[in-house]
Design a protein around this ligand. Structure first.
Ligand SMILES: Cc1cc2nc3c(=O)[nH]c(=O)nc-3n(C[C@H](O)[C@H](O)[C@H](O)COP(=O)(O)OP(=O)(O)OC[C@H]3O[C@@H](n4cnc5c(N)ncnc54)[C@H](O)[C@@H]3O)c2cc1C
Length: 222
């Protein structure tokens, strides 16, 4: 896997005015046809940096929505043949953050998801909460996930999570959340050759093929 250094700024061509490269903390990376800004929850901050001093106002109100996943290694009491997810996982994707609904911002949402990973571990999820870019494990959230899973798999209620303390891991991620629940994808106005792809919240992996197709078709048009 190739990893890149932190992106600092976009560079415009002096002759055409098109965005032609990004300056990273290590080097300059040139995009032959286009440059895609896909920095998840960091995209809004990065965009602010990129347009600073360019006489363009662009607001990308994407924000991090933290999620916990509970991973149980060598967990023999529950084995799944396929993944499971409760409908609430989809319903909780968008919350009303308009005035009068401030409580929704404080609410911890937990909806049951259960899968086996490639190593045969049981992966239980998942939570949603707004707590900035903080990626600390919150034990109360882990417990809520465990309890919610118990509502769907009564066998789990016979077990105590503390019994699995040694074989238990927690994964934390930040979902890129847009206030209207819709991903932002497409060309950035005023910065030709620069595309934005963010705001996928809890569906970034699911939608990746569709977005790939979008860029493929866009590319064919040009
Ligand atoms: C608990 C949990 C469960 C989920 N389950 C599912 C699921 O079942 N199905 C599904 O489809 N989706 C799921 N998701 C959502 C999915 O993970 C996200 O939608 C997806 O990761 C978003 O992808 P992204 O590339 O836009 O952002 P990210 O995955 O956040 O990637 C952005 C990357 O940009 C990098 N970056 C930031 N700033 C800079 C910079 N200045 N320079 C260079 N790099 C930078 C970051 O380090 C990061 O690696 C889940 C998320 C969580 C948290």
């Amino acid at each position: 896997m190739k990893s890149y250094a932190e992106t600092k700024q976009v560079k415009k061509s002096i002759s055409s005015g098109d965005v032609e490269a990004v300056q990273t903390s290590k080097n300059m990376l040139y995009g032959k046809k286009a440059i895609v800004l896909a920095a998840g929850s960091w995209s809004g901050l990065l965009m602010e940096d990129l347009v600073r001093g360019l006489d363009i106002t662009l607001n990308v109100p994407v924000e991090p929505r933290k999620g916990h996943l509970l991973v149980l290694e060598n967990f023999s009491c529950l084995q799944l043949n396929h993944g499971l997810m409760e409908m609430g996982y989809i319903d909780h994707q968008v919350v009303s953050l308009t005035s009068g609904h401030e409580d929704q911002r404080q609410t911890l949402f937990v909806s049951m998801t259960a899968t086996m990973d490639l190593m045969g571990n049981l992966v239980l999820g998942s939570s949603r909460q707004f707590s900035g870019f903080n990626i600390q494990v919150d034990e109360s959230v882990v417990l809520s996930i465990w309890k919610r899973a118990g509502d769907f798999f009564p066998k789990l209620r016979e077990q105590s999570l503390t019994d699995f303390i040694k074989s238990r891991k927690v994964r934390i991620g930040l979902r890129p959340y847009m206030p209207d629940g819709k991903p932002v994808i497409g060309p950035v106005p005023g910065l030709s050759n620069l595309y934005l792809a963010t705001g996928h919240e809890g569906e970034g992996l699911t939608l990746v093929i569709l977005h790939y197709l979008y860029f493929l078709l866009e590319n064919q048009k040009n």
